[in-house]
Ligand binder design. Structure first.
Ligand code: ZN
Length: 275
């Protein structure tokens, strides 16, 4: 598992964000037999793409939702515009417009300088869209479960993912806002189902508990830790850092986490873990 982008909302290429990283969201997963997965496709996907082996690749892109910080790497990632590559994009229907139609807008020449590889057959990767209707499906050697997660009143629900392979489990829950009364224990049932027994839970911690008026649609580290405890997770990674959160403030968050159970760390761009 490699963290390629850990920053929520907007990229933050400032010196004071440089250690934890300023690219928007993307986590790469390398499964057995070369199965390649990217969880979200923020600007981190651009750099994950550079790390891929030469020659045609098959990539499974699992999107939580279509807000910019989760998709803006798609037009700028070499893996998307290299002919011979095959890219499967999974996600729930974002609105009345389908997943493909929504992402096509991203490639409109009014917004985007890159030739539209979604439409032009001879440009770019062969892209297939998969709107998630059934929660359980298979990508290469990895079993996936996806469930919709609550997002407060923000309108655009987020999909959470559980990836299982050879007895190892990764849970990925970004952009989740638990309804009042479900923020501690018992946890939200969908979140619990995805996280149960995971070797690693990557969870939104955009807000701090003491921040009033933190943008809706997100969680804090206490909520993430409460879920991790109840789901008996082995390790917890705090993720989707607020754009204004400096390296020093994230160091402070890491200090607070030292007392938490299960072992908890603050996700940092470039960090690589073996499950
Ligand atoms: Zn986000």
């Amino acid at each position: 598992v490699t963290f390629w982008g850990v920053r929520g909302c907007i990229p933050t290429p400032d010196e004071e964000n440089a250690r934890y990283g300023g690219n928007t969201l993307c986590v790469g997963v390398q499964g057995p037999e070369g199965t390649l997965v990217a969880l979200d496709a923020g600007m981190g996907l651009r750099w994950m793409s550079d790390s891929l082996p030469p020659g045609p690749v098959e990539l499974h892109l699992l999107l939580t939702h279509c807000h910019w910080d989760h998709i803006q790497g798609i037009p700028f990632s070499p893996c998307m515009y290299s002919p011979g590559n095959r890219v499967h994009i999974y996600g729930r229907r974002p609105s009345a417009a389908g997943l493909k139609e929504t992402l096509l807008r991203l490639m409109d020449p009014a917004y985007c300088p890159v030739p539209n590889f979604f439409l032009l057959k001879k440009v770019g990767a062969d892209v297939e869209f998969h709107e998630i209707e059934e929660p359980d499906f298979q990508v290469g050697g990895i079993r996936v479960k996806s469930l919709p997660l609550p997002r407060g009143r923000r309108g655009s629900p987020s999909s959470g993912y559980r990836l299982e392979c050879r007895g190892k489990v990764l849970a990925y829950l970004s952009d989740v806002e638990y309804p009042p009364g479900e923020t501690g224990e018992p946890a939200c049932p969908q979140a619990l189902e995805l996280a149960r027994g995971a070797d690693l839970l990557i969870h939104d911690a955009s807000c701090l508990p003491e921040e009033s008026g933190c943008p809706g649609g997100h969680s804090n580290y206490r909520q993430a830790a409460a879920l991790a405890r109840q789901a008996q997770v082995r390790r917890l990674a705090l993720y989707h850092h607020a754009p204004g959160r400096t390296d020093e403030q994230l160091d402070e968050l890491a200090r607070r986490c030292q007392a938490l159970s299960p072992p908890t760390f603050v996700a940092r761009e470039g960090l690589e873990l073996e499950l």
